[in-house]
Structures are given as structure tokens and as C-alpha cells.
Design a protein around this ligand. Structure first.
Ligand code: ACO
Ligand code: HSE
Length: 381
């Protein structure tokens, strides 16, 4: 069975840590009717904060996580490192000594917010009954939490990949609440190829015999194989061809013989072993239904939906300072998609680049390359 960390476990661990920064909290934001018709009587959002909100409320920054991320952006007073350590923290690009940083686990996720593994009013997991979620749903709910936290407007909303889609959608939906917007390694609309890669992943999960139409909670087995396959494919799209070649080449995994042997199963190349490891890491920290919900939310990403055109949607950002960044070697969110976004703005902008050999994941591993740009354009140094 995968050892998904529950909110309760996290809270217990954090009680011991003391302090407030990077500590998971949860708040009900009430009932919600989803964009495409589903309904939940009570949505809880998990969130973490760093730093202090200024008396005039002017220093709030919202950091949006990507597909399998969570609200734990930076360590703060907790015991564990965050996923954007070095980019967010005391003295970092997003300086928590100066800014009040908030990050929220997206609805549908499995890291504290209401998701398919949450219990309904009859104490049964939602499973297959969980509504279809969109990026618009995500930001509408997040805006409710902002209100509860006393935040009327954000100095900046920042995100990469799905976090970039969420950040962009937030600003288009609530332009009067966003002063600066930073969209990294993302796009205005999911493309056919992104939908295609995602469909192979969702099918891998759905075709797993242990998926049971999403109602596998309480069963002896979960759709781990399907989730693992989904992660293997996704991870290849997160890395560049050159990175895989440089790192692994055609090397066999230590002690294994990839060309087969008479007395046992075929061994693996290093890159196969690496993908197996990436799959197993995700299976141990993520719920397959949440992976489906969030992946399908990203497939539906289209900031133009509900507006006359993409340009009309982006025209709502007239008063928002928009910064668009791409990873040079990204083969999932090609830099051209960032160029399209930046050039479709009412006042077109240049794209800033993270020059990383890694590929899409460069927005996580090399975000600090944007330090100078963001200090100049967003954080006012
Ligand atoms: C830091 C966190 O909190 S991660 C949990 C939350 N996740 C998120 O928020 C999502 C965003 N983060 C991520 O996707 C990732 O953490 C990234 C992209 C930032 C970094 O990915 P990583 O998997 O750490 O990077 P990398 O490609 O270098 O892989 C290293 C791992 O592959 C393993 N590995 C390398 N070569 C091989 C091989 N031949 N066979 C098997 N395993 C291998 C390493 O031992 C290492 O394992 P470990 O992570 O268990 O220590
Ligand atoms: N590695 C990231 C990439 C998604 O953009 C994640 O797992 O969320």
C-alpha cells in the first residue's frame, strides 16, 4: 500500500516543530458548484504561509504548485525541505523576510485539500464521485481563501507549469487582485500534444485492474502500476533528450544485463532503472485519483474559455505587470508557447529564459536564474 502522508500526520509532525512558517493549515472555504457541473458541500483547502502580512496588506505573494507539488514550498519552521527551496525563503528571490508568501494545495489534490480520497458527509471516500475540476475552479476557490486570510490583493502571483496555468488564470479571473504575475514554463491553453501525453497517463491509470473505476480505497490493492506508468511517461517529458543521454547514455544498471541472460529476466539500462525509481517515488507519495483529477484539469486549461478570444482574455491583464519565462530545453511546454502567451498580451512582453539543459523540470531546479529579472521587475530592488 502506498504511504500517502495525510494532513493529520503532517499536522502532528508540525506541532513538534514550533513556529509558523511552512506549517500546514487547513480551512473550509464552503460549498462549491464546479465549472462543469459538479458540487461539493464543503471544500477544505490546505495552505502554508511564510513571513508576515504587512499592516496595509501590500506584501502578499501567492506561489502556485505544479502537478504533483503541494503547499510546502520552503522549509520555514517545519522539519522538511520544500520544493522551491532557494527560490523562496529568507533572503531568496521571493524573500520571506519582506513578503508574506502563501501556497495552497489545489482542490482535487491529496496533500490536505479536499480531493477524491477525502470523506463525504457519510464518511465515505468520494472516489469516482469526485467532480471534474478545472483550473478556473482551482483559482475561484483559492480567491475565497485569500479573502479569509485578509488578502485583498496580491503583490505577485507566481507559478510554473500547472502552477503557471493557475497563476495566469487567477490573474485573468481576478485582475484587480493581482499586481504582478509571473508565469514560468507554461502556456495560455493546453495544446493537442500536451493533451495527448496526458491521455496516455490517464489511460494507464484507468486500465490498471486495481483502479476499480476510482473506488479502490479500502481495497487490498491500488492502481500503483498504472500510476507508475503515468509518472514514467510524464517524467520523460519533464527531461530533455540531451540530459538523459548525458546522464545515462546506453549504460547498463549496475549488476544488470539489459541484453538478457539465459538464467533470468532481462536486466535494465540505467535510464530504465531511473524511471522505475521515479515511478516508485510518486506512487509512495500520491493518490492515483488525484493524479487523474489534476491531469484532466490541466488538459482542460484554456484561459480563453468564457471570453471572446485569447486576446480578449489577456486584455483583462491590462493593469497587471506580466513576466513570462520559459526553459530553453523544455519539450513539454515549448518556449514558443511562452512566446505566444507573451506576444498575445495587450502590451506584448519579451520572454525571459531559464538556460538549463534539464528540460521542463528546469523551472524547479534552476528557478534562481530568474533572480535578477524578478528582483528588477517584480520585487523592486
Ligand atoms: C523536494 C520535494 O519535496 S519532492 C516532493 C514534492 N514534489 C514536488 O513538489 C514536485 C516538484 N519536484 C520534483 O518534481 C522533483 O523533486 C525535481 C524535479 C525538483 C527533482 O527531481 P529528482 O527526482 O530529485 O531529480 P533527479 O532526476 O536528479 O533524480 C534523482 C533520483 O534518481 C535516483 N537515480 C539516479 N540514477 C538512478 C538509477 N540509475 N537508478 C535508480 N535511481 C536513480 C537518485 O538516486 C535520486 O533518488 P532520490 O530522489 O530517491 O534521492
Ligand atoms: N516535476 C513536476 C513537473 C510538473 O510540471 C511535478 O511533478 O509536478
Amino acid at each position: 500500500m502506498p504511504s500517502i502522508v495525510t494532513t493529520e500526520d503532517t499536522l502532528r509532525a508540525e506541532e513538534l516543530a514550533g513556529g509558523q512558517d511552512g506549517i500546514l493549515r487547513r480551512s473550509s472555504v464552503g460549498e462549491y458548484h464546479f465549472e462543469f457541473g459538479g458540487y461539493l458541500p464543503d471544500v477544505v483547502l490546505a495552505y502554508e504561509t511564510w513571513g508576515k502580512l504587512a499592516a496595509d496588506g501590500s506584501n502578499a505573494v501567492l506561489v502556485m504548485h505544479a502537478l504533483t507539488g503541494d503547499a510546502h514550498v520552503a522549509q520555514g519552521d517545519s522539519h522538511s525541505a520544500g520544493w522551491w527551496e532557494g527560490f523562496v525563503g529568507p533572503g531568496a528571490t521571493v524573500d520571506t523576510n519582506e513578503y508574506f508568501v502563501v501556497s495552497i494545495n489545489m482542490v482535487g489534490g491529496c496533500n490536505g485539500s479536499t480531493g477524491p480520497s477525502s470523506l463525504d458527509e457519510q464518511d465515505l471516500p468520494y472516489g469516482s464521485r469526485f467532480p471534474f475540476v478545472t483550473i478556473k475552479d482551482s483559482v475561484r476557490l483559492e480567491a475565497r481563501l485569500a479573502k479569509q486570510l485578509g488578502i485583498e490583493s496580491w503583490h505577485a502571483v507566481i507559478g510554473g507549469s500547472m502552477g503557471g496555468a493557475r497563476a495566469l488564470e487567477y490573474a485573468v479571473e481576478f485582475p484587480e487582485q493581482v499586481k504582478n504575475l509571473v508565469v514560468m514554463a507554461s502556456s495560455a491553453q493546453a495544446t493537442a500534444e500536451q493533451i495527448a501525453f496526458a491521455q496516455v497517463q490517464t489511460q494507464s491509470i484507468r486500465l490498471d485492474p486495481h483502479f476499480c473505476n476510482g473506488d479502490y480505497y479500502g481495497n487490498d490493492a491500488r492502481p500503483d502500476a498504472g500510476l507508475g506508468l503515468a509518472r514514467r511517461l510524464a517524467h520523460i517529458t519533464y527531461r530533455s533528450e540531451a540530459e538523459l543521454e548525458t546522464r545515462f547514455s546506453r549504460n547498463p544498471q549496475d549488476g544488470e544485463k539489459p541484453t538478457g541472460q539465459l538464467d533470468g529476466p532481462r536486466g535494465r539500462y540505467q535510464v530504465e532503472s531511473y524511471l522505475d525509481h521515479q515511478a516508485s517515488k510518486l506512487v509512495n507519495r500520491f493518490d492515483a485519483n488525484s493524479y487523474l483529477v489534476l491531469t484532466e484539469a490541466l488538459m482542460s486549461h484554456d484561459v480563453a474559455r468564457g471570453h471572446e478570444s485569447l486576446e480578449a482574455a489577456l486584455a483583462r491583464l491590462e493593469k497587471v505587470n506580466v513576466v513570462v519565462a520559459a526553459v530553453t530545453t523544455d519539450r513539454l511546454y515549448f518556449p514558443e508557447q511562452s512566446v505566444k502567451l507573451a506576444s498575445s498580451l495587450a502590451k506584448p512582453k519579451p520572454v525571459h529564459y531559464i538556460d538549463s539543459p534539464i528540460g521542463h523540470d528546469g523551472f524547479l531546479t534552476d528557478a534562481t536564474q530568474l533572480d535578477g529579472v524578478l528582483r528588477t521587475l517584480v520585487f523592486g530592488d
